[in-house]
Each structure stands twice: as C-alpha cells, then as structure tokens.
Design a protein around this ligand. Structure first.
Ligand code: REY
Length: 416
C-alpha cells in the first residue's frame, strides 16, 4: 500500500478506534463494580466460588482434542486449587503436574512491559516519546512511540507471519538458530508498516523485540538481568527463567508437542529450542505458581506505581470482549467479570494466565500442545470456570460459544 493509502486507512481506523483508550476506571463492568465504587478496596472484589469440577472437565476436553496434558492452578487469596490431567512426557508417560515448568510464550510480553514501566517510574523513559529518540534510526517512522509499541499499534509487521507459514518446517528452521534483535527487526522492516503509528491494533512480535532493545539500551544489560532483578528476585519466583540462547528447560518440566498442519500427522516434540525468534517477546520459562504470583502482584500494585499500572490498563479494543493495554490483555467473561493477564503460544505450549481486578484470584492454565485451535478455544474455558463459577443450566455451553481467534499469532498464520 502507498504511504498515502496507509495514512488514509490509518485515519479510518483512528475514527473506528476513537473510543478506545478508555481509562481503567471506565473499563467494562465488573459484576460488582458498584461494590467497588461503594468504597470496598479493589482487592476485595467479590467473585463466585471457582468451579473446580468444571475446570477439570475443561482440561479433560482438551485431552480428547489431542493435548497430551493440561494443568490449571488457581490462587485465591491463599486458597489454592490444582488440577492436572494427562501426561508431561508422551515417551515416559509421566503424569503432568501443576508444578511442572513450561515455556510461557507471550506472557513474556507482560514481563517486558513491567520492566519498561518501572523505567518510566524511574524517569528513564517516557511512553509518548519516539522509539527513535532512545534507539536512533531503528524504526522507519519517528512517530512510532514507546506506547504504540507496547500496545501493538506501531504498525510494525510481524515477521513470524512468514517464519511460521508452514508450521513444522518453519519451526525446525529456527529451533536452533540464534538471532540478534536487529536481525528480527530487519526481517520485519522488509514489509511496510501495516498502519499509521497509533492508528490500529495489530498484534506483532516485532513490538516486543523493540521492547527488549529498549530495555537493553536503557539498563545497559541483557533483558535477563532486568527480569531477574526487577521481577524474579523481588517476587521470589523459583521456577522462572530467561534461557537464551540455550535450548533446555531447566528442572522438572512438561514437554511441549507441536501439532503439524497435516491432519493426523504425529505430534512433534518441540521442547528444546532457542526461542531466539521471540526473545523478549516470548522466551520466558515459568510455572503456574510463579505466573499466578506475578499477575497477582502486578494487578495488586506491587510491581509499578499506581500511575503506570493505570497506563497499562488503557485499553485498545481487540474485539467485542477483549482489550489490549500495555503488554496486558483484558478479557470480559460471560458473567460480566473482566480479568487481566496474557495468553501465550510457543511451539508445544498454550498458556492462559489471568487475574481479577486487584489481583485477588488468579489462574494459570497450560496445555502442552499448540497449533491446535480447538484446544486453544477449549482452554479459554478455564477462565470461565475460575472466575464465573458453576454455569447456570441455560448458559452451560457458554465456553464453547466463543472461538479463539489465535490472538498470539499474526492472522496470516492462524490455523483452525
Ligand atoms: C508463533 C507460531 C506464535 C506458533 C507466536 N508466539 O507468535 C508468540 C506469542 C511468542 O505471541 C505455532 N503456530 C504454534 C504456527 C502456525 O506455526 N503456522 O501454534 O505453536 O505467544
């Protein structure tokens, strides 16, 4: 598209998005927002009891759809529910456990965003400043700001679109590769911007590669050090690692199984890989307990100032029931509760990790397969069971009504 065409499209999209960045306070209804307004602390959000039997049924359904294993852990103000079904390792048959470590994929983006918002708190970074101010000459348009990057509104093309057009060959081609951040940005810049800066939401891993470059530039250290000193150590996360370019998942972990595009072809063990194609956009390893601790602390206000947490929750609409903030997703559930967190897709692993307003109740769910849209849709049901409780009879099919749109994958490579 010509630059003029891009700008015109941008203007149209801008008018569509004119409502979008409604602030955190105006976010869609939580069931008991009245109670919150009435003065109870946000932390005291009252939710229906989790439906643990329903949660187990969701995981069992995922197994019937070719997930080797699936787990979920709920942390609810000190009460813990752990559910595990199936295997961590198809070869040995070892049962999967909620204590197993796994690759979290794009949940990494929330880690990267937290680091950058802490840097904003410290006065080292400004959200509405051009990325090129910090990384001179990196991006083709000086109008792309830090905020545009963290909210997927830069227009930067997602290079994974081409990389994983063919799922297994694409994966095998990069599983042992080591990319620099610049290599990945260069891949993206082979294509023009998809929209004028700020004009439209378009999920792109490139944005969080740029986030990693900003972290390294501003801290003078690899992203691993920033995750370690700013998140992992203060929160006491024992299962969380940033391994790059090593290929192993340390300690006891679930193996990941990638589903080939060819119907009926055997699953491919994709556990070991550099994840160099994602790095600060997707290479963190963690566990259900640690991700629950992380999102609970984040929404509880323990990782950033209240001001930066509010910035993280300036939502751009993704669709009628989802918003994207700064490295943070909002999902509006069928019972009217909104939850905050991130999803993750990396070869062999689908993750959902979301918490309630104030961080009081959190769930992390994992299926150790990917490239299987049916399993992805099923696993979204873990949020319904966790935050909406037992479905009323008439609404019993609510979880099945919404088909997941492969939200962590550029639309061009999504496969149903
Ligand atoms: C890449 C494709 C997914 C995964 C991705 N993940 O961008 C980032 C994220 C880190 O946002 C692969 N799908 C799969 C295909 C489709 O290859 N052809 O499902 O494992 O989580």
């Amino acid at each position: 598209m010509s630059r003029g065409g891009t700008a015109a499209l941008g203007a149209v999209l801008l008018s569509v998005l004119a409502v979008p960045a409604h602030d955190a306070a105006a976010a869609p209804a939580d069931v008991n927002s009245a109670a919150v307004q009435a003065g109870s602390a946000a932390k005291a959000q009252k939710l229906p009891a989790p439906d643990v039997a329903g949660l187990r049924a969701v995981l069992r359904t995922a197994l019937t759809q070719r997930a080797p294993g699936a787990v979920a852990r709920i942390d609810d103000r000190g009460t813990v529910h752990k559910v595990a079904e199936g295997v961590a390792d198809k070869r040995t048959g070892r049962a999967i456990s909620t204590a197993d470590r796994f690759r979290v994929g794009s949940v990494t983006k929330s880690f990267s965003a937290v680091v950058l918002l802490q840097l904003v708190d410290e006065g080292a970074l400004a959200l509405d400043t051009s990325v090129n101010t910090y990384l001179p000459g990196l991006l083709p348009d000086d109008n792309i700001t830090v905020r545009h990057v963290l909210s997927h509104r830069s227009g930067l093309y997602d290079y994974t679109n081409d990389m994983f057009e063919h799922t297994v060959p694409g994966f095998e081609a990069v599983r042992n590769k080591v990319f620099s951040y610049q290599d990945l940005v260069d891949l993206s810049l082979k294509q023009p911007l998809g929209n004028a800066p700020g004009a439209a939401y378009s999920y792109s891993n490139t944005n969080f590669v740029v986030a990693g470059m900003l972290i390294e530039k501003l801290t003078g250290k690899p992203v691993r050090s920033a995750y370690q000193s700013r998140i992992i150590k203060p929160l006491g996360l024992k299962d969380t690692f940033y391994v790059h370019p090593g290929t192993a998942v340390p300690g006891k972990h679930a193996r990941g199984y990638l589903t080939p595009d060819e119907a009926g072809a055997p699953l491919v063990d994709s556990t070991e890989q550099t994840v160099s194609w994602a790095q600060s956009a997707g290479a963190v390893i963690s566990s259900t307990r640690d991700l629950n601790t992380f999102f609970s602390a984040l929404l509880g206000g323990d990782l950033t100032s209240a001001e930066q947490l509010a910035q993280m929750q300036q939502w751009v609409p993704v669709n009628s029931t989802q918003g994207y903030g700064l490295g943070l997703r909002r999902r509006d559930l069928s019972c009217g509760v909104s939850v905050y967190g991130h999803t993750g897709t990396v070869q062999g692993y689908y993750t959902y990790s979301f918490t309630s307003k104030g961080g009081g109740r959190t769930v992390t769910a994992l299926a150790n397969t990917s490239n299987n849209g049916t399993v992805l849709t099923t696993m979204a049901g873990t949020l319904e069971s966790t935050f909406c409780g037992k479905p009323a009879k008439a609404a019993a099919t609510r979880g099945e009504a919404r088909v997941e749109r492969h939200e962590d994958i550029a639309p061009g490579i999504a496969r149903d």
